[in-house]
Write a protein that binds this ligand. Structure first.
Ligand SMILES: Nc1ncnc2c1ncn2[C@@H]1O[C@H](COP(=O)(O)OP(=O)(O)OP(=O)(O)O)[C@@H](O)[C@H]1O
Length: 217
């Protein structure tokens, strides 16, 4: 086995009442970090949904550590996704009646793992929000919530960490801070990092870029 984490080949998707999108072939190896670049509407979110197995392609394949995501069904696919992929969305959603600690424990349970409070505390401390473990989501600032989102995405040490537009609404200082945090934490937890963005400011931090083409209209 080589160290292939993500392989995209011959992938295309068609919306029922929308465009047909062809994606470029690419592969990510363990420990790499890549930027998925494309203008608004070029298909970044569509590709992330395909990688996660939330939607099925018209053709082609997504393999995560050699496993075809579409060959898995139902709860098997859900568990595989929870174990192998960590997601950070532009707007993080947490269960508002659960504390930070409980929200992250839930991510462990959904992946079929025993909850491990010490591992969560270590990760929260690494992200400098250890003092917030008993807080509820509405008691945190946006920056703190983003760190909780990073913790939740990484707690299961996923092979692949995907961040969708993590810097879209941030000023330059916070953009650098969040990028460095993502890069450092992904490395610390052994995850391969794919960041989807149309934020040109982040380009310089990445040697690997995957460019989506604008759709023909
Ligand atoms: N449910 C849908 N039905 C029809 N067309 C859709 C649907 N969702 C997205 N599209 C179209 O598919 C294309 C790709 O959309 P997608 O959301 O993947 O782009 P994106 O690169 O993530 O954009 P953004 O950066 O603005 O989030 C766009 O042209 C969009 O209008």
């Amino acid at each position: 086995m080589d160290n292939s984490i993500l392989l995209i080949s011959d992938l295309a998707f068609e919306y029922k009442l929308g465009p047909k999108i062809h994606f470029p072939n690419f592969e990510m190896k363990a420990g790499e970090h890549s930027l998925l670049l494309g203008d608004s509407g070029s298909g970044k979110s569509t590709l992330l949904n395909l990688i996660a197995g939330f939607s099925k392609p018209l053709q082609g394949e997504v393999r995560i550590q050699h496993q075809s995501i579409y060959q898995l069904q139902g709860s098997g696919r859900d568990k595989f996704r929870a174990q192998q992929i960590g997601f950070i969305f532009q707007e993080a959603h947490f269960l508002k009646n659960l504390t930070v600690m409980e929200n992250i424990q839930l991510a462990q349970s959904l992946a079929g793992f025993e909850t491990d409070k010490e591992a969560i505390e270590r990760l929260l401390n690494y992200l400098q929000i250890g003092d917030k473990k008993k807080a509820f989501p509405h008691e945190l600032s946006r920056g703190q919530l983003q760190r909780v989102a990073i913790a939740r995405a990484l707690i299961n040490k996923p092979a692949l960490l995907i961040a969708d537009e993590p810097t879209a609404s941030l000023d330059d200082n916070n953009t650098t801070l969040v990028l460095n945090l993502l890069l450092d934490t992904a490395q610390q937890y052994g995850s391969t990092l794919l960041i989807a963005t149309h934020d040109k400011r982040v380009k310089d931090s990445f040697s690997n870029t995957i460019q989506l083409n604008n759709l023909q209209r």
